[in-house]
Design a protein. Structure first.
Length: 418
């Protein structure tokens, strides 16, 4: 919005009145005391007007000054043509300078207004939020914040950025701020608190802000919401780690987790067990009833196992009808066998499918994970125990110890399998 012209008109009126008053005073003093003429001072209102008035208004005021100077010279006693010429030349030079100054100031003012308007339109309509941080607090933030997160800019200004970041992400924020304070730019993702108390993922592009002398003077950056991008990336990551049919962890993720667990230092009295589970006669069910009931049965078995273990444990599908269970924090092999027996009995209960109720049993091999052991070695050992359970009649739990690398006797009674 352009500023109102009424104040400028009032100021121009005051300068005009001042010029006329100066003329009358000049004329009175010259006639009464024959003092030096005041014409050289007629340019003062003209120059003052040049700071805010238009060139046309300055020209009008200049013409009035020339006219009054001419009248003063004609009416003053002892006036000569030379005096008149000198006064007019002086006033003309001042008038030209004043008009030129008025044009430059007017052009600069118009350019500044246009630039400010462009900045305002950019700040209000840009999809990103622009932010400036100085001495640890937010000094300025663009109005697009309201559209993005529901906050007004004044809600953020004067506060540290950490106030609008969830507390669990403060260590990440502090790390990023140290990077910026060291003079480096960065791109990072954080969660921001919206005005409605929801959380939004934002991607922040930030750089150190430097003063005209090149010194660090805060941080300037921009951020935008990336909720959809983060959700898509998380879904892709989930799919890469999850078996599509059962929703369990897939083989690759299971191997990585076992390797990670094997590198940890366990507390005294805690160990990790690996259970290799194979569905008995699953192929016969697929051949008899079709793959749809077989898939339904497999999904139910996976759900029963996942719901029967603790949150820190893991269930994975590593093959067609092969499942892997990793039990963390067990006391010993006997403790792991107890849990394996529980899983075996839960899975053996009838399962509703599109082909009617079906039953399935598990052959389970149990072993302990040794510190620093490669995941392939552990799984291979558990697989040997499971194979022994199959050879011994299925639907049972068989253990194998890492020290002997030999299968032990079966620890559950043989029951007829389907």
């Amino acid at each position: 919005m352009f500023p109102s012209r009424a104040p400028n008109q009032r100021r121009l009126g005051l300068l005009t009145a001042g010029l006329i008053g100066l003329f009358l005073l000049d004329l009175a003093l010259t006639r009464s005391f024959q003092s030096a003429p005041l014409c050289p001072y007629y340019w003062i209102p003209v120059v003052l007007a040049a700071s805010f008035a238009s060139p046309r208004q300055v020209g009008w005021l200049t013409g009035l000054a020339v006219l009054l100077a001419t009248l003063r010279s004609l009416l003053a006693p002892h006036a000569t043509a030379l005096h008149l010429i000198l006064e007019l030349v002086g006033l003309s030079g001042v008038a030209w300078a004043a008009i030129h100054m008025a044009r430059k100031l007017r052009t600069r003012e118009r350019s500044n207004r246009e630039l400010q308007e462009h900045y305002r339109l950019l700040a209000e309509n840009a999809p990103d939020v622009v932010i400036q941080i100085m001495q640890g607090t937010i000094r300025w933030i663009s109005p697009s914040l309201t559209r993005m997160l529901g906050w007004r800019p004044e809600d953020w200004i004067g506060h540290p950025l950490s106030r609008f970041i969830p507390s669990e992400q403060h260590p990440l924020l502090e790390r990023d701020l140290r990077v910026l304070e060291n003079g480096h730019s960065l791109v990072t993702r954080l969660q921001a608190l919206a005005h409605d108390h929801s959380r939004r993922w934002v991607e922040l592009h930030a750089s150190p802000y430097r003063d005209p002398q090149g010194g660090l003077d805060g941080i300037v950056g921009s951020f935008r919401t990336v909720d959809q991008e983060v959700a898509a990336e998380q879904e892709l990551s989930r799919r890469a780690r999850t078996d599509e049919l059962t929703g369990l962890v897939n083989r690759r993720e299971a191997l990585d987790r076992i390797t990670t667990i094997a590198t940890r230092i366990l507390r005294k009295g805690e160990a990790t067990a690996v259970l290799f589970c194979d569905l008995d006669n699953f192929k016969a069910i697929n051949d008899t009833f079709g793959h749809l009931p077989g898939d339904e049965l497999l999904r139910t078995v996976a759900t029963r196992i996942r719901d029967s273990i603790r949150g820190g444990d893991m269930a994975a599908r590593i093959g067609g009808d092969e499942l892997l269970v990793v039990l963390q924090g067990v006391r010993d092999l006997r403790d792991a066998v107890t849990i394996a027996e529980k899983l075996r009995h839960i899975v053996a209960e009838p399962i509703a499918t599109s082909a009617g109720p079906l039953s399935i049993t598990l052959s389970i091999g149990v072993t302990m994970l040794m510190p620093g052991e490669h995941s392939d070695v552990t799984i291979s050992r558990a697989d040997q125990a499971m194979y022994r359970a199959k050879q011994s009649g299925r639907n049972q739990v068989v253990t194998i110890t890492p020290e002997s690398d030999r299968t032990g006797e079966r620890v559950s009674p043989r029951q007829p399998g389907p």
